[in-house]
Design a protein around this ligand. Structure first.
Ligand code: PEP
Ligand code: MN
Length: 275
């Protein structure tokens, strides 16, 4: 069976022009878009400090998890509604839209009242009830690639959302599991030009979960931009050593600022070559 045969809505055959998703001032699919912020919302202070730092460095969208799908049930699970209120308050303060993960279909309608983009994480990529409910939401959906999933499976999951009537799906490559143990996952950079030849949907890269190591974020971010990605989702923490989740892969505000300068430089260089 050809797993790509039924991609009626997300394939380029149905719609040859790229999809541009407008969220606040961001135009995802048109301008290189940076989503940055903490892995998890922990406190008002931590979220506000990080939001101010990423905003000052030029990020477009604030990320932050309030429902954390953790490997161990004893690890920090996120602050839920309280966290969402903190994230919204910090985002309003710095005038940024927010992206946050949903893990339960029942939460989608009320989370959509706070969040500008709903994220579906790698572990839930094929949670079909979650996909269908996200497809009924009026909010754009950021769909991460399953860590064990093929491109065809990933695109079929985007198709589930589109088929329910929501046309605004952003794909996110966040690394896949391989035999390599020195990085958290293996970033499949080829997924970017690969899916761009199959779908009109924007595709971004999450170098944080892809590598698990903060010193690898900069080279992978620059490589993603050069490979044609439409943006990045990066974990930044005001004090990474104190983070309750994913501190080792979180950039300090200084590292993020430096990375943003290099990204702008590369983006301009690529654009001037195209012109
Ligand atoms: C996250 O973005 O915080 C996250 C849990 O990502 P992933 O689903 O890619 O592991
Ligand atoms: Mn994380």
């Amino acid at each position: 069976m050809n797993a790509m045969k039924n991609l009626k809505l997300c394939s380029l055959e149905g719609r040859p022009l790229p999809t541009c998703i407008e969220v606040g001032k961001a135009r995802i699919g048109e301008n290189f878009t940076i989503m940055a912020g903490p892995c998890s919302v922990e406190t008002m202070k931590q979220t506000m400090e990080t939001a101010i730092a990423v905003r000052e460095a030029g990020a477009d969208i604030l990320r932050g998890g309030v429902f954390k799908p953790r490997t161990s049930p004893y690890d920090f699970q996120g602050l839920g509604l309280e966290g969402l209120r903190i994230l919204r308050k910090a985002a309003n303060e710095v005038e940024m839209p927010i992206v946050t993960e949903v893990i339960d279909p029942r939460d989608i309608p009320w989370v959509a009242e706070y969040a500008d983009i709903l994220q579906i994480g790698t572990r839930n990529m094929q949670n079909f009830s979650l996909l269908k409910e996200a497809g009924r939401s009026y909010r754009p959906v950021l769909l991460k690639r399953g860590m064990h999933s093929t491109i065809a499976e990933w695109l079929n999951c985007a198709e589930y959302i589109l088929a329910e009537g929501n046309p605004n799906v952003i794909l996110c490559e966040r690394g896949i599991r391989t035999f390599e143990g020195s990085t958290r996952n293996t970033l499949d950079l080829s997924a970017i030009p690969n899916v761009q030849r199959l779908t009109h949907l924007p595709v971004i890269v999450d170098p944080s979960h892809a590598t698990g190591r903060r010193e690898l974020i900069e080279p992978m971010s620059l490589a993603a931009l050069a490979a044609g990605a439409d943006g990045l989702e990066i974990e930044v923490h005001a004090c990474p050593d104190e983070a309750l989740c994913d501190g080792a892969q979180s950039l300090t505000p200084e590292m993020f600022k430096d990375l943003m300068k290099k990204l702008r430089y590369l983006d301009n260089a690529l654009k001037s070559y195209e012109e």
